[in-house]
Design a protein around this ligand. Structure first.
Ligand code: ATP
Length: 262
């Protein structure tokens, strides 16, 4: 470190930054121009584990879709490592920012093919592919005999586990997860979350996860984004979060939404 740096420590910019991001529906007639996300500003640092919480329809999945460029914001700007999202080739972006949606599909592939495929696209050697897949298999306790099965021969939980392994096989910088443990039994869910914590702490992988199970969220994340009706109402560290208050707030929001529905 030189003298100027001692006097003026460098401020590290966030890995991911959203400035006044909004999204409105396209659609036709009355559906056109309805707000889904409004004025979202946030900054995420490398290695953070963030849970996105909110009632049904709050905009959680839409936020993940924006971050993976499955949707384009209708307002505002997103930055990855100080680069405007729109200037990053979309395939490069999706390699760095991996999204795992709810109910993942293996697209007719066997488990082995599904795990190999992202690495084949990246032109990894056969040897390297086998090593990486073996590493994932061990990390997530995927038995050898699953490798030749297709998704029709796997339970929902087994499929979810394979999909998590596949999302991680190319070691993304940022992992976006939409309720990744919803189909897993409690023990496997906790094991998966522990693996993710380890990857965040030891390899600096950043994780943003939608999770409806608040006890899991409390255990896993170091920061919470609370969304309501497309707005970011809370951005709080997990330690400072009043989890009981959050539970009550979620119940209120769900009740209000169901009354509006009827
Ligand atoms: N393509 C679309 N066209 C019209 N409306 C949409 C579209 N996508 C999402 N919406 C609406 O935007 C709102 C947010 O949806 P989103 O799926 O992001 O919510 P969510 O918080 O993930 O909900 P859940 O917990 O039920 O999955 C909802 O009211 C939804 O109906």
């Amino acid at each position: 470190m030189n003298f100027e740096e001692v006097l003026e420590p460098q401020i590290q910019s966030p890995q991911l930054e959203l400035k006044e991001v909004s999204l409105v529906t396209e659609g036709k007639g009355a559906l056109k121009g309805m707000p889904i996300l409004t004025g979202i500003s946030l900054a995420v640092n490398r290695g953070e584990r963030i849970c996105i919480i909110g009632s049904s329809g709050a905009g959680k999945t839409s936020l993940l879709r924006l971050l993976n460029r499955l949707e384009e914001p209708t307002g505002g700007i997103i930055y990855l490592d100080d680069r405007d999202y729109r200037k990053i080739p979309v395939l490069d972006l999706r390699r760095a920012v991996m999204l795992l949606l709810q109910e993942p599909k293996l697209l007719g592939m066997t488990v082995r093919e599904a795990l190999d495929y992202p690495l084949v696209l990246q032109k990894f050697s056969r040897n390297a592919i086998e090593q990486r897949v073996e590493m994932m298999r061990e990390l997530f306790h995927i038995p050898n005999e699953w490798l030749e099965r297709t998704e029709l021969q796997l339970s929902a939980g087994q499929r979810q586990l394979v999909a998590i392994a596949r999302a991680l096989v190319i070691q993304p910088k940022i992992l976006l997860l939409d309720e990744p443990t919803s189909a897993l039994d409690a023990g496997t869910g906790i094991h998966v979350l522990n693996v993710l914590v380890d990857l965040a702490e030891n390899q600096g992988m950043t994780i943003l996860m939608v999770n409806h199970q608040l006890d899991m969220a409390q255990r896993f994340c170091d920061r919470v984004f609370y969304l309501q009706q497309g707005q970011l109402l809370e951005d709080t560290s997990s330690i400072q979060m009043d989890w009981q208050y959050l539970r009550e707030r979620l119940v209120d929001a769900e009740t209000q939404a169901s009354q509006e529905w009827f």
